[in-house]
Design a protein around this ligand. Structure first.
Ligand code: FES
Length: 174
């Protein structure tokens, strides 16, 4: 009987298989020690908490009233590695009722088109022309139209009579 046949008939693990497992385990351990710092370095920005967005002055608070007014501004945002030098162009629909300010994102929550105030002949509502989506003045989606969530809101501050808009807060509405 040959040696290999003898080893097959023995219970337990063969010497060759033991060495193979030992070498593979050692190589895997060493490789993980080298790869972990590389992977960690590569994805580190994604592990940072959220994105950093500055607050931007969009005008005097007195400019705004109950009728929604559209403002355009550039926001400096750092998202992982991505930080455009000139900032990103953004738009908000702003209303003010006394001390209360509401700054809505114009991005439709259905499929991302841009809503306009009283567009398409709809009175006192935001209108999305892509699929006839409608939102109330406070950004809440009108039931029975395609959007199934309220428009997002911008965080805001008032400093020295000026309105400053900051990051978008998901899941706006009342
Ligand atoms: S994208 Fe606005 S209703 Fe569809």
């Amino acid at each position: 009987m040959s040696e290999s046949k003898q080893s097959e008939s023995k219970p337990g693990i063969s010497r060759r298989r033991f060495l193979t497992y030992t070498i593979a385990s050692t190589a895997g351990f060493l490789a993980s020690g080298v790869l972990y710092p590389m992977v960690r370095f590569a994805i580190d920005p994604m592990l940072q908490k959220g994105t950093e967005t500055e607050f931007v002055d969009v005008g005097s608070v007195d400019e705004f009233g109950e009728k929604p007014k559209s403002v355009q501004f550039n926001i400096k945002r750092k998202d992982g590695w991505y930080e455009p030098e000139e900032g990103e162009r953004a738009t908000a629909w702003v209303t003010r009722n006394g001390e209360d300010i509401l700054a809505l994102s114009p991005i439709c929550k259905h499929l991302g088109c841009t809503v306009t105030w009283e567009g398409g002949g709809n009175q006192d509502r935001y209108y999305c022309p892509c699929h006839n989506g409608l939102y109330e003045r406070d950004g809440v989606n009108v039931p029975g139209t395609p959007p199934n969530a309220p428009l997002d809101r911008y965080a805001y501050r008032v400093e020295g009579g000026r309105l400053l808009l900051g990051p978008i807060q998901r899941g706006g509405g009342v």
